[in-house]
Write a protein that binds this ligand. Structure first.
Ligand code: ADP
Ligand code: MG
Length: 349
């Protein structure tokens, strides 16, 4: 019964009415003589009339009901042009049912997504507050100690000021990163493309990070000797991405370990790989690693790294180049971060 179309219901109804009128004629025939032709014309006429009248009425009724339904769906921005002209020859009720169900599912998904984002925003604010509180409290502590007599104490005054200064540096890093992220999320990232040698860039970053690496006895090296490899990208942004990835391999790698840079050239894409032989990242954390402020084993690494925004920024930068960045990691073996760049031309810097 469920899949009867309105027109089929009408037909059945009209047939029943015809049949009833035929019965009526038979009953009447017992008192009045009715010509045989009437047995044909009368039921057909009544049936046809019933069909026509109810066709019009039913059509108006269904159209009205469904229009209300479709109008409310349309307010939710689902537009289905076909439904402007409802046809009783189609299974309109079933179709309305299917479409409402689809619409409800889509709305539910949308609402769930919004809920997730809201949750994410709450988490983000909480993290942000925490990240900023830590350095502010330590600055406050040093200043108070200095004010309460430490200033006159030659043994600690300089040291405390230096520590306070380090904490302000940390805050500056967080605020700068936050500023970058905020800008990126509002508008498009503007890229200044140029052709440059990525091998040379990595050498420069190695020089920059050498002191930090030495402190943890980590060797920064290329997987093999590479000739110059030219890429076409925003050099400043790629410098930030690589500085963070190599910086992370120093901060989170194992002491005495190494960071390895490798390049693959495939057609017009240069793939850059930064790997370490550190403790690795648990599989459960991998999908969330590129989120803002996301950190593995929060407490342990809090003071090791920067703002917790480095990988989020890196992903934004790489995606702005139309490429992707990904990570694979095995606990106890190490982690590898990989991203692509467009191949560039020599001497076109
Ligand atoms: N090479 C790595 N090995 C292990 N863990 C890593 C590595 N790189 C990143 N991580 C994890 O990912 C987190 C996010 O990194 P990132 O966004 O650069 O923030 P930050 O370096 O400021 O902590 C780090 O806190 C760390 O827990
Ligand atoms: Mg980092």
């Amino acid at each position: 019964m469920k899949n009867l179309r309105p027109v089929q219901v009408l037909l059945i109804g009209s047939l029943i009415v015809s049949f009833l009128s035929l019965l009526l004629l038979i009953v009447l025939n017992q008192s009045v003589a009715i010509p045989i032709l009437y047995y044909l014309v009368f039921p057909l006429g009544i049936g046809g009339l019933t069909y026509l009248v109810f066709f019009v009425l039913l059509r108006r009724f269904i159209t009205q009901k469904l229009k209300i339904l479709y109008r409310s769906i349309r307010k939710g921005k689902i537009v289905n042009q076909q439904n402007e002209n409802l046809s009783l020859f189609d299974d309109v009720i079933e179709r309305a049912e299917v479409e409402t169900k689809k619409w409800t599912e889509e709305r539910t998904q949308e609402i769930n997504k919004l809920k997730e984002q809201e949750e994410f925003r709450r988490e983000f604010l909480g993290n942000l507050a925490h990240e900023l509180k830590t350095p502010v409290f330590s600055i406050q502590g040093y200043i108070l100690t200095l004010l309460e007599g430490g200033l006159e104490d030659e043994n600690v005054n300089r040291q405390f000021l230096e520590r306070a200064s380090k904490a302000t540096d940390r805050m500056t890093t967080i605020l700068e990163d936050l500023d970058k992220i905020a800008k990126m999320e509002v508008g498009a990232i503007e890229l200044e493309y140029q052709h440059f040698d990525i091998v040379e860039l990595v050498e420069d970053i190695f020089d920059e990070l050498e002191r930090r690496a030495k402190k943890r006895d980590i060797k920064l090296k290329f997987a093999k000797d590479f000739d110059p490899i030219f890429v076409y990208a925003d050099k400043g942004k790629i410098t930030q991405v690589l500085t963070n990835l190599i910086g992370n391999s120093i901060s989170y790698g194992s002491e005495g370990g190494e960071s390895n840079i490798r390049f693959y050239i495939l057609n017009n894409i240069i793939t850059v790989e930064v790997s370490d032989n550190g403790p690795g990242i648990p599989e459960d954390d991998l999908p969330r690693l590129f989120e803002r402020f996301y950190r593995v084993e929060k407490s342990r690494n809090r003071n090791a790294g920067g703002s917790g925004l480095g990988l989020a920024i890196a992903r934004h930068f790489i995606e702005a180049h139309g490429q992707t960045i990904s990570v694979r990691s095995t606990l106890g073996v190490g982690s590898t971060f990989t991203f692509g760049l467009d191949r560039g031309k020599r001497n076109l810097a």
